[in-house]
Design a protein around this ligand. Structure first.
Ligand SMILES: [Zn+2]
Ligand SMILES: [Zn+2]
Length: 237
């Protein structure tokens, strides 16, 4: 249900910074807007007919907000629309944008951890922000998205999957879980090592998990042979 503009980690620019979207007619919900994202939106012509732009941000690392300033400027000057940005720490994000020189009147930040989008085309979409385990320096979130009778868990950057999320996946409360997964295993890793994912998740649940935020050494085949899915970058619309 989510389409991906990129599935890579911060340094894996070949696969693009991880970012997903849902687009219906002239409404788009974008998750994260890292450094490579604005150029991919442009290349795909995704913004050409957009009138309503919603942007959910998981955290403020550059691979998640690096081109957010450009997107806001473009929305204002080229699309004549005011993006609604969802992020629980509004002050943190607005001060970053302010320091980039982005006019606060060009966007709106909604900081409630529970968001109900009422949009003519996306119909209703509910977003719930849940703190994720990533780094200590900045807050980061996973997002539970309920849209069109689907329940999607988007991990954002996270080195863990909680037992309650795994239970929800098992009980069918969550249909699909997109998980930050990496090929490296070291102490203090802010991302989830594929070996730990294998350890945490029993084989019967693995087909409901889709790996994303992949580093250069990530072995797609190994993840698939272990029973997981791996996100794909959209090639054209
Ligand atoms: Zn991060
Ligand atoms: Zn990241």
């Amino acid at each position: 249900m989510l389409k991906f503009l990129g599935i890579g980690s911060a340094f894996n620019t070949t696969l693009g910074n991880t970012s997903a979207f849902i687009k219906k007619h002239c409404s788009i919900l974008l998750i994260d807007c890292g450094s490579t994202v604005f150029s991919r939106l442009q290349k795909l012509g995704l913004l050409s007919d957009v009138s309503y732009l919603y942007i959910a941000i998981t955290h403020t690392h550059p691979d998640h907000i690096g081109s957010l300033g450009e997107l806001i400027f473009y929305s204002h000057y080229a699309l004549n629309c005011k993006p609604r940005i969802f992020f629980p720490d509004a002050h943190l994000l607005s001060s970053i944008l302010d320091n980039m020189g982005v006019n606060a009147e060009f966007y709106e930040i909604l900081s409630s951890p529970q968001i109900k989008i009422s949009d003519e085309f996306l119909s209703s979409a509910d977003l719930t922000f849940i703190p994720s385990s990533h780094v200590e320096r900045i807050p980061s979130y996973s997002i539970l998205i309920k849209c069109e009778n689907h329940s999607i868990f988007y991990s954002g950057d996270s080195n863990k999957i909680s037992d309650s999320i795994l239970n929800s996946l098992e009980n069918g409360y969550i249909d699909i879980l997109y998980q930050d997964t990496c090929s490296l295993d070291y102490t203090g890793n802010p991302h989830l090592y594929i070996g730990k994912l294998i350890e945490y998740v029993k084989p019967s649940l693995r087909s409901k998990i889709c790996c994303m935020h992949l580093d250069q050494n990530f072995e797609r085949i190994y993840a698939i042979q272990s029973g997981f899915n791996v996100a794909e970058v959209i090639k054209d619309l």
